[in-house]
Design a protein around this ligand. Sequence first.
Ligand SMILES: O=C(O)CCC(=O)c1ccccc1C(=O)O
Ligand SMILES: [Mg+2]
Length: 357
Amino acid sequence: MTASYAYLYRYSLPFNEPVTVRGRRLLQRDGVLLALKTGDGKHTAWGEIAPLSGLHRETTESAERQIVETLAMHGESGAALMTEGLFPSVRMGLEMAVMNLEASISGRHPFSVPGESMLPRVPLNALLMGSTDVVLLRAQASYQEGYRAFKLKVGKENAEEAAAAVHALHRLFGSQVELRLDANQSMPLDDAIAFARELPKNSVTYIEEPLLQPRDIPEYHAKTGIRSALDETLWQKPGLLGALPPETIGALVLKPNCLGGVAAVLNLVRYAADHNMQAVFSSAFESSISLGFYAILAAATSVRPAACGLDTFRHLKEDIQTTAFHAEGGSLDAASLYLDTREVRTTNLSLASVWTL
Ligand SMILES: O=C(O)CCC(=O)c1ccccc1C(=O)O
Ligand SMILES: [Mg+2]
């Protein structure tokens, strides 16, 4: 059975507090949801198309235009839904909807294998940003809740304050927590090296995208002993990963809607496993629909998933599901959260178009 109808909705969810992404201050998260329905009306499956300003080249509008063209073409020709050549966020959303529909019909989650045992819980990294006071308060509250991994946002402009925050976190939690930093490619090599030398020894597992020029990662590693994690580089310069010595990379940070679909993500999960790197699933502040999908991906691809960057749901003031996305003790129950993604409250969405496929 395949989809007979497609519905496109738009959503707009306010952030709890403005979020800055690569220098852009955002007040709300906008996106498009695609719902596929079977002809008998028994199954509805959701996919999310949500490029983020500052991160994606496509906008919500151009992404919506592309999914509209794809659905229109499919309706006319009856050809299989093609995902080649689409924007990364569109391809991810379309694959999500199709895989969710197949899962709904088969009664299994999208990545299940025969004889699968219970899925592991997926630990989270608490996302820490802002002033040192805010960071420490948030870190303490997260620790109390059960979080054992933190990710602190650092930048060239606040390098001194960031180093002080790392010292404070290291004093408070020592080796009780895994501490990660994310510099979002903000530092020239010399600044990054100077910053690394300010940090307590062995206090951080890795620094995500420390360098303005990621190709300098081997030199950075040689001079600091700190491993980098790749995030932006994975989709900006996909060829670079294979050229970097694996021992200089601590983790691959996987944002499926930037990487452009499930196959690309699974290839990177394999690469990480083969090269002793963590595979860290992460989001770009998508809604629970994507978070539930990424959580099941993380749980299904490892018996002991690395702490994931899916704690972003805390930054959205509202949820679009009947049961809001939630963590318990700093980790996710992927199987149950995945089932929750099937119950969407359409009252908070605006219907943009309906398609017969
Ligand atoms: O990975 C996480 O913990 C949260 C997600 C995150 O940090 C992020 C969210 C939106 C845009 C960019 C980034 C990033 O990792 O740089
Ligand atoms: Mg990052």
